[in-house]
Design a protein around this ligand. Structure first.
Ligand code: GLC
Ligand code: CA
Length: 556
């Protein structure tokens, strides 16, 4: 916790990232400063006061680097600059300085698994010969079959289709193949190569020098590979025996990165590690490695009391002994928005089953009510918490984007079998009665890069601002109280006995959080004051799908 006005140094044992509320800012869709229909840094700068007023401690920016945008910026062609569509490096410097002055820290996204096929290193590898030093930075291999016409192995891309693409050699003949676990425009780096390791250490320093307070590490568990490239089925368990998912040798890399981060005061490394095995996940945050990882088991958990309690317990049980704070995440730019998820008959989520989830009916009113209750539950848990832009105004997953406007490579590469992630990336509604809802300036030349539902006029920041009972005011109150309340943030929690379908825990002797996930109202436990409730209480009763923060002892 820190005072607004300056991020200031953390006292040891009270590091800012242990309890921070971190706003995930998806630049393309946040605010468009120049009217081309795409969010940019100028747009962010005009909205910093909104973020300061929301009460967040840090912003995580999705990739803002020069990129051909084959995967919305996760295909980077220059790790040391800003894409012209978003602005310039000078804009980034100004933004970092302004955010710091407003007491907000900056976390940037670094993508070490792969770059863009337009990155100078990959271009050099394409023009160089098989066996060259340039190709050794990636995974080039001859094909199988008589003429090398078959890929080196049968690995499948996470975005659909084969994980290998064949190149044309300088003499014009079909040649080697290169590995891309994601799109063909995203060639995988070879992390056994010393150039790659040295380059990324310099990239980290480059951004730390410019004032970045933290790094979110994309696809962090996948960067090292078994060089013998053994076959593996798409559903093989991750871990030491997997050729690329969560291998033991990734940890060497992150110990190096930690040493780099420790050259600077108060910097944080955050891993995006999508693995189901919580014990393996905790290894990433062991001493001398990453500071935190995203809590995907929590994100994927259904709206169900025993299931949530189990994830909360296992998170704390695994983080505690290694000394790492827990993180709590409800959604991000890769998954369905929480209001839609919680409005379905199946409230869980998995990346592999998006089409199934989209086939279920959605009750938006129910989903919104549950999202409110989930927000208060999440913000009461010990550790740091992420808020994905739009969550704070209750946006839903846009499932009816016309096919011809969809942009996600997942949609294209699965030929529509997977609807992709565009529905969670639709530009924010700020104000006004019709699209672009203040996302772009008046008279903008272009429409927003994805169409906004007209119903979002009721969810705009302007529409919700100052409205008692709006999602925005709930988030504002909760974030303000969480910051002011010494019992919230990082520290311990204790479950208290409760009825079936109810989660109740104390943060210290004086603050209790109670969430009712059952279908019936339950009696509120004894308390001396209601601090905040996600929906109106019913006398002494806590209605279904409602969370309340109670003061259980008078304050002095
Ligand atoms: C991560 C990102 C996702 C991206 C992928 C490839 O999972 O969150 O958006 O497509 O990595 O970089
Ligand atoms: Ca723009």
């Amino acid at each position: 916790m820190h005072e607004v006005g300056s991020p200031g140094p953390s006292a040891p044992g009270d590091y800012w990232w242990r309890s921070a509320a971190i706003y995930q800012l998806y630049v393309r869709s946040f605010a468009d400063g120049n009217g081309d229909g795409i969010g940019d840094l100028a747009g962010v700068r005009t909205r910093l006061s909104y973020l300061a007023g929301l009460g967040i401690d840090a912003i995580w920016f999705n990739p803002w680097y020069p990129s051909p945008m084959s995967d919305a910026g996760y295909d980077i062609s220059d790790y040391r600059s800003i894409d012209p569509v978003f602005g310039t490096l000078a804009d980034a410097d100004a933004l970092i300085a302004e955010a710091h002055a407003a007491g907000i820290r900056i976390i940037i996204d670094v993508v070490p698994n792969h770059c863009s096929d337009q990155h100078p290193w990959f271009q050099a590898a394409l023009s160089a010969a098989p066996g060259s030093a340039e190709r050794a930075r990636f995974w080039f291999r001859p094909g199988r079959g008589r003429g090398g016409e078959l890929p080196p192995n049968g690995w499948q891309s996470i975005f659909g289709g084969p994980a290998w693409t064949r190149v044309t050699e300088r003499d014009g003949r079909p040649g080697e193949w290169y590995l891309h676990l994601f799109a063909p425009e995203q060639p995988d780096f070879n992390w056994a190569n010393p150039d790659v390791r040295a380059e990324f250490e310099e990239v980290l320093r480059f951004w730390f020098e410019r004032g970045a307070d933290g790094i979110r590490i994309d696809s962090a568990g996948m960067i090292t590979k078994d060089a013998s490239l053994p076959e593996v089925s798409i559903d093989a368990p991750s871990g030491p025996h997997h050729p690329y998912a969560d291998r033991d040798d990734v940890h060497e890399v992150y110990r190096q990165w930690r040493a780099v981060a420790d050259e600077y005061p108060d910097r944080v490394l955050i891993g995006e590690v999508w693995i189901p095995d919580a014990v393996r996940l905790a290894r990433y945050v062991s001493p001398g490695e990453l500071h935190t990882v995203f809590n995907f088991p929590y994100l994927s958990c259904p709206w169900n009391a025993p299931a949530l309690r189990e994830v909360i317990d296992s998170t704390l049980a695994l983080n505690g002994p290694v000394g790492a704070p827990a993180t709590w995440v409800l959604s991000n730019h890769d998954v369905d928005r929480i209001v839609s998820r919680y409005g379905r008959t199946d409230t869980s989520f998995s990346l592999q089953q998006r089409a199934y989830f989209h086939s279920l009916p959605v009750d938006l009113q129910l989903g919104t009510r549950r999202a409110r209750a989930a927000a208060l539950l999440t913000l009461a848990l010990p550790g740091s918490v992420y808020v994905y832009q739009g969550e704070e105004i209750g946006l839903w997953e846009v499932q009816d984007i016309p096919d011809e406007l969809r942009q996600d490579p997942i949609w294209r590469r699965t030929r529509g079998a997977d609807p992709g992630r565009d529905g969670s990336r639709v530009p924010l509604p700020w104000s006004g009665q019709e699209p672009p809802f203040g996302f772009s300036p008046p008279g903008a030349a272009s429409e927003p890069w994805l169409p906004q539902p007209k119903e979002w006029r009721e969810l705009s920041v302007e529409a919700e601002n100052g409205q008692a009972g709006s999602m925005l005011e709930l988030y504002r109150s909760a974030l303000r109280l969480r910051r002011a309340e010494p019992a919230l943030g990082d520290d311990s929690m204790t479950w208290v006995p409760s009825a079936e379908g109810v989660l109740a825990f104390d943060r210290d002797a004086s603050v209790r959080c109670v969430s009712n996930l059952s279908a019936a109202s339950v009696a509120l436990p004894g308390h001396c004051a209601v601090i905040l409730a996600s929906d109106p209480l019913d006398g002494g009763m806590l209605p279904p799908d409602t969370t309340v923060w109670l003061r259980t002892e008078p304050q002095d």
